[in-house]
Ligand binder design. Sequence first.
Ligand SMILES: Nc1ncnc2c1ncn2[C@@H]1O[C@H](COP(=O)(O)OP(=O)(O)OP(=O)(O)O)[C@@H](O)[C@H]1O
Ligand SMILES: [Mg+2]
Length: 235
Amino acid sequence: MVVERIRTGIPGLDEIMHGGIPKNQIILLAGTSGTGKTTICTQYCYQGAKLYNENAVFLSLEEPAEFIKNNAKLFGWDFKELEKKGKVAFIKYDPYRIEDVFDILDSKIREIKAKRVVVDSVSALGLYVRDEAELRSMIFNLSTTLRKLNCTALLVSEIVPGTRGISRYGVEEFVVDGVVVLHYERLQASFIRAIHVWKLRGSSHSEKLHPYLITPRGIEISSNEEAVVGDMNYV
Ligand SMILES: Nc1ncnc2c1ncn2[C@@H]1O[C@H](COP(=O)(O)OP(=O)(O)OP(=O)(O)O)[C@@H](O)[C@H]1O
Ligand SMILES: [Mg+2]
């Protein structure tokens, strides 16, 4: 059986995932600060609506939606029209209503018939919920909701430099279907960016570490090149 896939529209990413994200899967996008996680999420939503006519919901728990949209404009992605037409929706960050935010996400997905969803980031949930058991069940319930609604989703996970593992609470990688890791690593006197697909359920994928750039047109991954980095201490 051929796996149906959602093309991210991000140059090189579909190639290293051997055609795109298998439909209805949840992917954890993990990386240290500044690796381009938010940029990938924004590009995924924009290209989905523009190139593939797939609506998207972006839930931001870190930056206000206006910041994300303003940054997106620098890459040439203007969400104004897409929002007006109900093709993309941003859910505003509201720290007092964290319990309600998943209900809002649920109804927004149904309202605009979103196929793509982004949550940036699940690590930020820890700012609002102190109890780790509660956090874990929140992340688990979130993934259940996304599966039920047949979405193909990116969940962002912040890696703390110097720590081991790719998630803050130790559950994120188990509730998702795939994991993509972004690296920003020192190589002699400079730093380079590299990406690799850690797991992808029901699909083959590149096993290599690939260099990528954040260009004025967004993220560009060199799917035919291998990145050379020093020691990577967290995975
Ligand atoms: N217009 C641009 N052109 C080129 N590079 C850019 C541009 N805007 C941002 N960058 C690069 O992208 C990086 C930030 O990307 P982004 O915000 O997507 O990362 P992030 O992983 O979400 O970070 P955080 O952990 O802080 O949320 C910047 O540090 C910069 O190097
Ligand atoms: Mg970010």
